[in-house]
Design a protein around this ligand. Structure first.
Ligand code: SF4
Length: 445
């Protein structure tokens, strides 16, 4: 069977897939573009660089120099932005620096190397429009190219740049779940994916003069309640923000329940997943909503566009609005925080660098365990949680239980890990659920 225009099933499916992949790629290329712009502005403003070691590593990796750390940061950001804005027929230069060399050679041989990341998204949208491309193989190859630019730039690179601006991850035990919400504070729930948009706010909220304003209003101070991926970003680098950030409360769908506790006074959102389902709960409970990037503008949110340069102004608006919301809603809204939800010893702060350091500076101990069969492999359970396959987080939690039972280590990120951590599978005591060989390894650590 064919469509009325003559397109066959392969063309229709490939076209829809490319459309979806281009949209997804656009989202994460938006994140790296903003992150690089923030890094550039930070360097130009000569603001403090929290991750100096990360800066050195990335500068070396990219072959970038500068007279001081600020100039190096600017030059790193310029190199990233230059790649993103290339036309589609010019290969991005940093792909080769980030990719595993044999894989890069294969991509090159297959003609999969991405041109400018924004152009790749643009042409993906064009190709998948009505009666343009009808070659499924060509469209599927385009999906693979978008996968490369999205993975290396939209994900890996974002983390590298955030580590420079916000400090590097440190492996540590952290609190998770609803128990991280303390009603005695003015609580600001953050949702999104762009940690660098909170650079100013997270510092400002713990300044003595700002804390004094919270105390005048009757609270003990301000706190971030982290939800979704940006909550995980703060969890990952939480070693550096222990005062303002007390832990990751939950993932995308959990954020509705977090709001329903009544203990949140304001929501700051900048990307997905800021669920539209938050809106009626916020309206009902007098929670103010502010959106700092209009790609994720909620219908009931005030829009306060963030850039590194006007970060202080946006932070002031957030602080003033949070104080107003706290004063007007506390006392008239009932608060119910399940204080025993979550735990205090979820292991977090795992990055390529922190993990290698933990292993003594080499991957060999892990490779040896795999070679000996004590660890049968490492599996990533990453990405969004969903309501299908049994309900919220059911599939991912059950999958992880089955994997560790078979002596397989699970590496998790994204909203899946929100559920996995809240049920206790990222605590040291989860070793009891692992197969005998993996359990023995965990219990030796
Ligand atoms: S992991 Fe998925 S569901 Fe969670 S915030 Fe990111 S995009 Fe949204």
């Amino acid at each position: 069977p064919k469509g009325i225009c003559g397109a066959d099933a392969d063309t229709i499916v490939a076209r829809n897939l490319l459309r979806a992949v281009a949209a997804g790629s656009g989202c994460y290329i938006h994140v790296i573009e903003n992150t690089a712009r923030n890094l550039k502005a930070m360097g130009e403003a000569k603001a403090p660089v929290k991750g100096e070691r990360a800066l050195e590593r990335v500068a070396k990796l990219f072959g970038v120099d500068g007279v001081d750390n600020h100039e190096k940061a600017v030059n790193i950001a310029k190199a990233v932005l230059a790649d993103l804005y290339l036309p589609r027929d010019e290969t991005m230069k940093l792909t080769a620096k980030l990719a595993y060399a044999p894989r890069y050679a294969l991509w090159e041989k297959l003609g999969l190397l991405p041109g400018g990341a924004k152009s790749e998204v643009f042409d993906g949208v064009v190709k998948s429009s009505t009666n343009l491309n009808s070659d499924p193989v060509n469209m599927l190859f385009h999906c693979l190219t978008l996968g490369i630019s999205t993975g290396l730039y939209g994900l890996t690179m974002v983390n590298l740049l955030n580590d420079i601006m916000l400090g590097e991850p440190v492996i540590r035990a952290a609190a998770v779940g609803f128990k991280t919400i303390d009603p005695k504070y003015i609580n600001i729930m953050i949702t999104g994916h762009q940690h660098s948009s909170f650079t100013d706010l997270q510092e400002r909220l713990v300044r003595p003069d700002v804390r004094a304003r919270a105390r005048e209003a009757g609270a003990e101070g301000f706190r971030f309640v982290g939800c979704t991926c940006v909550g995980q970003d703060l969890q990952l680098r939480g070693e550096h923000y222990q005062e303002v950030f007390t832990g990751h409360a939950g993932n995308n769908f959990t954020s509705e329940a977090v709001l329903a506790t009544g203990a949140i006074d304001l929501v700051v959102s900048e990307f997905n997943c800021t669920l539209p389902g938050l809106e009626p709960i916020a309206d009902r409970l007098g929670v103010k909503m502010i959106c700092i990037d209009d790609v994720a503008k909620k219908a009931n949110a005030e829009y306060a566009p963030y850039s590194f340069v006007n970060g202080g102004e946006v932070s002031e608006k957030v602080i003033a609005s949070a104080l107003d919301a706290y004063r007007s809603r506390r006392g008239s809204v009932s608060i119910n925080v399940p204080a025993d939800h979550g735990n205090d010893d979820t292991i977090t702060g795992v990055s390529e660098v922190s993990l290698k350091e933990f292993l003594g500076g080499s991957w060999k101990p892990l490779v040896d365990l795999i070679a000996a069969g004590d660890v049968r492999g490492v599996v990533g359970v990453v990405g969004c949680s969903s309501m299908v396959s049994g309900g919220h987080d059911v599939l991912t939690v059950e999958l992880v239980r089955e994997l560790i039972k078979r002596d397989i280590i699970v590496l998790s990120a994204g909203c899946s890990s929100g559920g996995i951590e809240n049920v206790g599978l990222m605590r040291p005591s989860a070793a009891q659920f692992a197969g005998p060989r993996l359990r023995a390894v965990c219990e030796k650590l």
